[in-house]
Design a protein around this ligand. Structure first.
Ligand code: PLP
Length: 447
């Protein structure tokens, strides 16, 4: 089908027209079925066309679709704020709604800055982040994003923010054990704070499990606790960007629960309204919000914030996550899928690493499993495998990058409703696609 469109996104490449979705499947207007193996961009956590969510949205639509936040509170936004706060670590009980992940991150760093001002800490403004990382596409969030292809063209328009290396332990060749490696990477934060001057540092932001920028990178346990300690040592706020990891994706409602960490601010979006409406949230410590309100209020907000239709969708999504124990299912199905992906390493020696937590999983392709040297860039494996899978009706998500070194990785992150039989379908199509790619690129396959 030729697409004449007034839309533009990244490229001119036409895409099939989406007709409808149901559960973990999407259908185009030509009648082709796709398994949504990446939940879009790790968004559709409860699957497509959930009738309870649609009914809740319809009920809200019949009442009101907009009431400006300075004029009205709505039952939907109040209820969603209470539901969200109940799922957060103790003390993080204030919720600020936005329409997406970048907005949640922008809100987090601006709240942090205003809170510092209330504490007489005017000199604190630097937000340290990691490389590689992704925190959003607006200029504030992009300044924190450690991914040069996206940020470089805009560098003159942004204030450069300090970065430390993400804990890409799997690439390390030293003799440290996991615990020591975690501490080694956490100390990079302490070194950076000292180098920048502790009084100038406002916050540290991290994705607890990396997203597409690192391919589901998980740090050793020791990393998380040490990062919290270092932030506390210097009075620096810890922001968890849980835009991708939140809402059950990693097998806990928020990933911070895996390590018992209480950040000062959490950014949520993606699975929070699971694609039913544009919605995100910044959740912050109550005492920080009170201090900012006492000082005259938060100097930040978006017109669509707290939109009742989006909030009604959010409430219904959280209800569905609880009703079907999708967090538990993400943990159980995540273990199964990770074991099945790891099993592929026997057949395909060019799979160098399988990683992730819950249903936020990734595998990385290499030309040598011992050195983890990447495949040659010219092979464009990261796009070719995605295309081969897409032709066969499986959607996965890919990037070519990793800490300073180039590499191809693929996210496999189906909706949290996925069952064992559907994991079998995903694996069958993925195996077939890997075989096709291996044939094309003359890569070795074991019988
Ligand atoms: N933060 C993280 C960790 C993300 O993965 C993303 C999107 O991929 C964002 C922020 C930005 O979210 P959005 O695209 O909704 O603005």
């Amino acid at each position: 089908m030729t697409v004449m469109s007034h839309l533009f996104y990244q490229s001119r490449q036409p895409r099939p027209f989406l007709d409808h979705g149901e559960g973990i499947y999407l259908y185009d207007t030509e009648g082709k079925t796709y398994i949504d193996g990446s939940s879009g961009a790790m968004v559709s956590n409860i699957g497509h066309s959930n009738p309870r969510v649609l009914a809740a949205m319809k009920a809200q639509m019949d009442k009101a679709t907009f009431g400006y936040r300075l004029h009205f509170q709505t039952e939907a936004s109040e209820r969603l704020a209470a539901q969200t706060a109940a799922l957060m670590p103790k003390g993080l009980d204030r919720v600020f709604f936005v329409s997406g992940g970048s907005e949640a991150v922008e809100s987090a760093i601006k709240l942090a800055r205003q809170y510092a001002l209330t504490q007489g800490q005017d000199s604190r403004w630097k937000v340290i982040s990691r490389y590689p990382s992704y925190h959003g596409s607006t200029l504030g969030a992009l300044a924190l994003t450690g991914y040069d292809p996206l940020s470089k063209p805009f560098a003159p328009m942004m204030r450069a923010m300090p970065k430390i290396a993400a804990p890409t332990c799997y690439l390390d060749t030293d003799n440290l054990d996991d615990d020591q490696r975690g501490l080694k990477y956490a100390e990079l934060l302490r070194d950076k704070i000292l180098a920048e001057g502790p009084d100038s540092v406002l916050a540290f932001i991290m994705e607890p499990v990396g997203g597409a920028s690192t391919g589901a990178l998980v740090a050793p346990d020791s990393y998380y606790a040490r990062i919290r300690e270092i932030c506390d040592e210097f009075g620096i706020l810890l922001i968890y960007d849980e835009v991708m990891t939140g809402a059950g994706r990693t097998g806990k409602f928020i990933a911070a629960e895996h390590w018992g960490i209480t950040p000062d601010i959490i950014a949520l979006s993606k699975g929070f309204a699971a694609g039913y409406a544009p919605l995100g949230a910044m959740v912050a410590r109550g005492d920080m919000v009170e201090a900012v309100l006492d000082a005259g209020g938060f100097l930040h907000g978006y017109t669509y914030a707290g939109n009742p239709l989006a909030c009604a969708a959010g409430c219904a999504v959280l209800d569905e996550i609880a009703r079907n124990d999708l967090v538990g299912n993400a943990a159980a199905m995540g273990d199964l899928l990770k074991a099945r992906l790891t099993g592929l390493m026997d057949r395909f020696p060019f799979i160098g690493d399988v990683r992730g937590l819950g249903l936020l999983l990734a595998f990385e392709l290499v030309s040598d499993r011992d050195t983890l040297a990447p495949l040659p860039k010219e092979l464009n494996a990261y796009t070719r495998l995605v295309d081969l899978a897409y032709e066969r009706g499986l959607i996965i998500y890919s990037r070519r990058t990793r800490g300073g070194i180039e590499g191809d990785h693929f996210m496999v992150a189906p909706p949290l409703i996925v069952n064992e039989a559907q994991i079998g379908e995903i694996m069958a199509t993925l195996t077939d696609s890997l075989e096709a790619m291996a044939r094309e690129m003359a890569l070795p396959v074991r019988a």
